[in-house]
Design a protein around this ligand. Sequence first.
Ligand code: ATP
Ligand code: MG
Length: 437
Amino acid sequence: MHSQEPLFPASSIDRQFAHEIVRRLVDRGYVAYYAGGCVRDALLGLTPKDFDVATNATPDQVREIFGPEHTRAVGEAFGVVLIHGRIAKKRCQVEVATFRTDGSYSDGRRPDWVEYATAEEDAQRRDFTINGLFYDPIGQTVIDFVGGQEDLRRRILRAIGDPYARISEDKLRMLRAIRFASRYGFELEAATRQSIQESSQGIELVSSERIGMELEKILAHPSRHWAWSELDACGLLKHIAAELLPASDRELFGALPKEPLELPVVLASLRHPWGAQGICESDLHLIDHLAWRSGLETIQHRWKLPKLTIEAACIVVEASSVIAMAHELAWSQVQPKLLRGWIAESLLVAQLLCELRHWSSEGLDRCKERLSRPDQEWNPDPWVDGGDLIQAGLKPGPAFGKLLSQARSMQLDGQLTSRQSAIDWLLAEVGRMAKGQ
Ligand code: ATP
Ligand code: MG
């Protein structure tokens, strides 16, 4: 296909860098193309995230052309060299991979060996037709050995070659298929989908860390709801995320806005004790509040997520719960839950809960109003501290923390209205304690 207009407009610096790399390889007599995701994205009218180059030059030849100071072997076993440099002070990098064919797969994930090969063979070893395209930036031609352009036009996600064989080689491709289909709103071609369904148990061979990385991408994307249902329908969900119920039962998850979201918010919606189908206000006291926390911790271990991600998800669950119920709680019970960040996300989840459950938005509105005030107003400095207690004659001990937190609550709830009133209250309390009351 000869494009009327260049597929990759010269505007992007990354594109200029990739173009320069291809040009230098071609000048030295090699074949070199843009490959994979960047060609797919450009044909879809999207801005490629990064550029990969595929060539018939071997890694040694690539390193010789670009010099050791600009190259780094990143996937030696797969013939991948990273080239880095600068254009207009911006750091750029491109992965250059030698055309290859993959040997046998005995671990269900990675080839036992690879062999350098032709461009066509390199296209054949890729996963899906839409990922198997090359682009020659000098001749401005798409090179399509696998019918990828047609599938892009028809919006179909199809394995290259025999889908059963391709999935049995590398089980991760099952998750990649659902990720790409959902990201672009493509249909999973029938045989590809069928082979995923029949091979789903094999996903257990993939490392949980790798699964976690794929699921993070799937869940962050606006198409998460379709993807989650599809993971369930293809039989994968029960093997990879047994702690997270299917989308059909997760009303809160389904209500998330169709926009990119960070993982903690999505996980919070999937494990929120009030987020499952059929929960009503009268059930709230029955909910085991520790169950959701341990469920989130299990997911963290299983997917090897950073502790901070799960901590943040817990913050969103707790804060959104108190926000939604804030009209029934003292402000001193609500305010501490808002001090750990993730406020916008917690307000969002609380709002979705109120809408879903037809709860009054009184608590939510109250929190929004408070939070719109200057920080000093909704989170004022404490009026009293340990120094005041010592001055009042109390020796440091367990009573210290209790009195200070009581004073703080009374300050937040407006029962103490000035520093002086707080000190008077402390003195009275210390006096009472001294009398053994
Ligand atoms: P993304 O925008 O998500 O990075 P991508 O297509 O660039 O999409 P990568 O995972 O970066 O995906 O891989 C680059 C290319 O390498 C793919 O387009 C595909 O051709 C090939 N590829 C990657 N992973 C596999 C795999 N597991 N099996 C076969 N081919 C793969
Ligand atoms: Mg990529």
